[in-house]
Design a protein around this ligand. Structure first.
Ligand SMILES: Cc1cc2nc3c(=O)[nH]c(=O)nc-3n(C[C@H](O)[C@H](O)[C@H](O)COP(=O)(O)OP(=O)(O)OC[C@H]3O[C@@H](n4cnc5c(N)ncnc54)[C@H](O)[C@@H]3O)c2cc1C
Length: 477
């Protein structure tokens, strides 16, 4: 049997798509979300169970051992932003989509855990948790399409990291198909387990290069009794950091979100989605969106928020603020924040950076780097926003107003990346805070990652995937 026939035998004929199939359209799996790369898959394979994933991996591994230049790219919702989950252009990669594996396997209320398959869409997981009376706190703009397998693959962050941590912190156990096609059943719901190396952590953030995650046991939290959202105008990034300090002090563990948004980023939302009615953005360089989740009641949350905002107004780090009156207004404010990514996509190409820096250094980083860029590219526009509470900025560079976006990318991307990443290094930051490395940043790691760390990563890859079967060319070149 050739490989395609073996794959059909493993998952069923209807679940293997190739370019030779009449009428088959593989583009949804081959095109990355930002539409920067269009690959070509040997086949799109849609397993429905962990055993089927293992059979697929074994079949491709055997073909590779027999000399065929084939490999596997795992994919979830295909919302990744670093070209990590689409095939390359060679036509030799099997695109393994986990989308059919979307079941909730179990909820353990006493242990505060939920076990789900990797293809479960994040929003569905949030809803199942909510229906059971709990909170699953991972939340990001792509939550209607991204999957828990992809969230684990990229160690996604999102808007509540300041309180609940990244996906890594939310995960207690994994089920993984190894590069040899074996199944590791590590779905423990344990918060303590010191029986040696933490294998779970190896697969989280590995972007499908070490194993295929097929299921995960994730943490649940009690639903807060009240949740309040405020939108504040702040006069500078220094003041935004000062406000963050005050928010930690006054809200404690209640502070669940702290987002910063630059004026130009908000002007794009206003331009492309005028129906969203962005508040306070016209007269201030920065706005902050912050959230207080309270375990007592709404009155208590409101009183805390009022004290915080009074103090902030007194100290001059806030010039104006609105507090959402109800849940629907709060959702509206978050929707504005989450629409920035789409609004910049509408505006045209830009040079994206997902960076993290110690919070204390962010104001200096922004002032210095903005000035360097303005000197190099007169008229350049900065689409700055991000999770300031986590020291994570989406520091994106948009072409000057009348410039051609494609030409701007071609002429400036490399230079702008170097300039920004050198600044990140100088300020002891990371060139990828939450989106991962993928193909987009793989060639940057030798310059911006500690050489000893990189050497250990290579050793791990060789140990777990010696034949480079899984997502070759991503994370490590
Ligand atoms: C509008 C928008 C907003 C976003 N906001 C945020 C944000 O706030 N925070 C954030 O962190 N990210 C954000 N992202 C990026 C993206 O949503 C996340 O990276 C998400 O975690 C990807 O999930 P996915 O299922 O789409 O994964 P995919 O894009 O399909 O894959 C991502 C990576 O994970 C690997 N992978 C996928 N499934 C598996 C699996 N089962 N086993 C092993 N590896 C696997 C893939 O090979 C690839 O390398 C945003 C994206 C968009 C489009």
């Amino acid at each position: 049997m050739n490989l395609i026939d073996q794959l059909r035998a493993a998952v069923g004929t209807a679940n293997v798509l190739t370019h030779d199939d009449p009428g088959a359209d593989l583009s949804p799996w081959e095109q990355d979300w930002r539409k920067r790369v269009r690959g070509k898959a040997l086949a799109v394979v849609r397993p429905g169970s962990t055993d089927e994933v293992a059979s697929v991996v074994r079949a491709v591994a055997a073909a590779r051992a027999a000399g065929q230049s084939v490999s596997i790219v795992p994919q979830g919702g295909n919302t990744g932003l670093v070209v990590g989950g689409v095939p390359d252009a060679s036509g030799t990669q099997v695109l393994l989509t986990l989308q059919r594996m979307n079941r909730v396997r179990a909820i353990d209320p006493a242990n505060l855990t939920i076990t789900v398959e990797a293809g479960c869409v994040l929003q569905n997981l949030q809803k199942v948790a909510d229906d059971a009376g709990f909170l699953f706190p991972l939340s990001l703009g792509a939550e209607g399409s991204c999957t828990i397998g992809g969230n684990l693959g990229t160690n996604a962050g999102g808007t509540q990291v300041v309180r609940y941590g990244n996906t890594r912190e939310l995960c207690l156990g994994l089920e993984v198909v190894t590069a040899q096609g074996e199944i590791w059943s590590g779905l423990t719901g344990l918060r303590k387990d010191n029986t040696g190396y933490d294998l779970r952590d190896l697969f989280i953030g590995a972007e499908g290069t070490l194993g295929v995650v097929t299921a995960a046991t994730m943490k649940l939290y009690p639903r807060p009794a009240a949740q309040l959202t405020a939108w504040a105008a702040v006069p500078s990034m220094d003041h935004a950091v000062q406000l963050l300090g005050l928010a930690h002090q006054h809200l404690g563990a209640g502070l669940t979100g702290f987002e910063v948004m630059g004026q130009f980023a908000l002007s794009l939302v206003d331009k492309h989605y005028p129906q969203l009615r962005v508040p306070l953005w016209r007269d201030t360089p920065w706005c902050v969106l912050l959230e207080n989740a309270d375990s007592e009641n709404e009155q208590h949350a409101r009183a805390q928020f009022e004290t915080l905002l009074e103090r902030a107004l007194e100290q001059g780090c806030v010039t104006d603020a609105v507090v959402a009156e109800n849940l629907s207004q709060a959702k509206g404010l978050w929707h504005i924040r989450e629409s920035i990514t789409m609004a910049q996509a509408e505006e045209g190409h830009n040079i994206k950076h997902d960076i993290s820096i110690p919070v204390s250094r962010i104001p200096t980083f922004v002032a210095e780097t903005d000035a360097l860029l303005a000197r190099e590219i007169p008229g350049v526009r900065m689409v700055d926003f991000g999770h300031l509470g986590d020291g994570n900025l989406h520091y994106n560079v948009q072409a000057p107003e009348d410039a051609d976006g494609q030409a701007f990318l071609r002429d400036w991307e490399e230079r702008v990346n170097t300039l920004v990443f050198d600044q990140v290094l100088r300020h002891h930051g990371s060139i990828s805070a939450e989106h991962g490395v993928g193909e987009l940043k793989v060639h940057k790691l030798p310059t911006y990652k500690d050489p000893t760390a990189l050497a250990m990563m290579r050793s791990l890859k060789r140990a777990l995937d010696p034949h480079n079967l899984l997502n070759p060319g991503r994370v490590l070149a």
